[in-house]
Design a protein around this ligand. Structure first.
Ligand SMILES: NC(=O)c1ccc[n+]([C@@H]2O[C@H](COP(=O)([O-])OP(=O)(O)OC[C@H]3O[C@@H](n4cnc5c(N)ncnc54)[C@H](OP(=O)(O)O)[C@@H]3O)[C@@H](O)[C@H]2O)c1
Length: 316
């Protein structure tokens, strides 16, 4: 099968033929129609996870999210069958090996959920990791209706879901983005868009909300000291899948919070797919690319400005 993969440790990713995986117990082999890109794909491609000590089995296929048609199921899988249209995710579990930027992908059955008929493959493939990250980050701050929440990194894949999910809970959403993101974020439910290129986010938020916001969802940056916690009122909460300061730093600011690791299990992703199919959740697909251009898509994700999800589609 054609796949974007790292052939061996330290090598550059390439697109070429590798063996099609065989289904094993608890897995589903999917003929991939579309695969959503995520920042983690660049980390895997660059070998960052080897530096973290995670065992790899080569070739390592890049990509974690997929939508497609079930080709085969392994033992113990009875919630989907051959021919079903599904979406799913390759969990970041050792050994790092399977991926979705390929004609076929081997997905853990716990992540595979039926694709609603009203949702196309491209949008379905954009949901799992970003959608789960948004749901689980929001659950961690448990915002109440009427509260105000800052989403830092709102313009990205996770943020585009987070803004909508917060607004649907009756929360006032303050979203970060550039002028180019303003209209889209407002349409997704943001009450105010803070331009993160116009000055420190926390200062801009405090200018608009002198008492501070009730919580922060952190979806941008690796450096906890760059997280705009000064925007949050004493007693507020901070959570997210990007940098979150440690407990002591948060406590010193009168805050509580937690760092979130997204887990796109089917119980989390299935309801999001249903909401998207029903038109209750918009999937912000910013670009669709063929497999041959997946490396360019990953480059675009790394340099910024994608403005939502990038999805790779595969020919029959
Ligand atoms: N731990 C987990 O389980 C998990 C899961 C999913 C994602 N993540 C992480 O969460 C982050 C968000 O993921 P994603 O898929 O949404 O990535 P993404 O699509 O690249 O979104 C990141 C967004 O941050 C914006 N941004 C850039 N500089 C900023 C600044 N100074 N202040 C505020 N926003 C800024 C970017 O805007 P421009 O494009 O205009 O630069 C982009 O829209 C990434 O770091 C990703 O690795 C972690």
């Amino acid at each position: 099968m054609r796949a974007l993969h790292v052939p061996a440790a330290g090598e550059q990713p390439q697109i070429s033929d590798i063996p099609t995986p065989e289904p094993t117990e608890g897995t589903v082999l999917v003929r991939v129609k579309a695969a959503g890109l995520n920042p983690i794909d660049n980390a895997v491609a660059a070998g960052f996870l080897t530096q973290m000590g995670l065992p790899h089995e080569y070739p390592v296929v890049i990509g974690r999210d997929a939508a497609g048609v079930v080709e085969a199921v392994g033992a113990g899988v009875d919630h989907v069958a051959v021919g079903d249209e599904v979406l799913g995710h390759v969990l970041l579990a050792p050994p790092i090996s399977a991926g979705t930027l390929a004609e076929y992908a081997l997905l853990p059955a716990v992540t595979v959920t039926p694709k609603p008929a009203g949702l196309d493959f491209t949008k379905a493939a954009a949901i799992p990791l970003a959608g789960a990250a948004a749901v689980q980050s929001i659950d961690a701050i448990d915002p109440q209706p009427g509260q105000t929440v800052l989403v830092n990194g709102a313009s990205g894949g996770v943020g585009s879901f987070a803004v909508q999910l917060l607004a649907a809970r009756g929360v006032t959403v303050v979203a970060t983005g550039t002028a180019a993101d303003n209209e889209r974020l407002t349409a997704l439910g943001a009450s105010r868009v803070i331009d993160h290129t116009a000055g420190p986010v926390a200062e801009q938020v405090r200018a608009a909300y002198p008492d501070g916001v009730d919580a922060l969802v952190s979806l941008h940056g690796m450096d906890p000291s760059g997280t705009p916690i000064a925007a949050v009122r004493a007693g507020g909460k901070v959570a997210g899948v990007a940098a979150v300061p440690d407990e002591a730093t948060l406590a010193a600011a009168g805050l509580t919070g937690t760092s979130v690791m997204a887990t796109p299990l089917r119980e989390v992703v299935g309801p999001l797919a249903e909401r998207a199919a029903a038109g209750e959740l918009r999937v912000s697909v910013a670009g669709v690319l063929p497999l041959e251009q997946a490396p360019e898509g990953l480059g675009r994700l790394a340099t910024g400005g994608a403005g939502g999800k990038l999805v790779v589609t595969l020919q029959d």
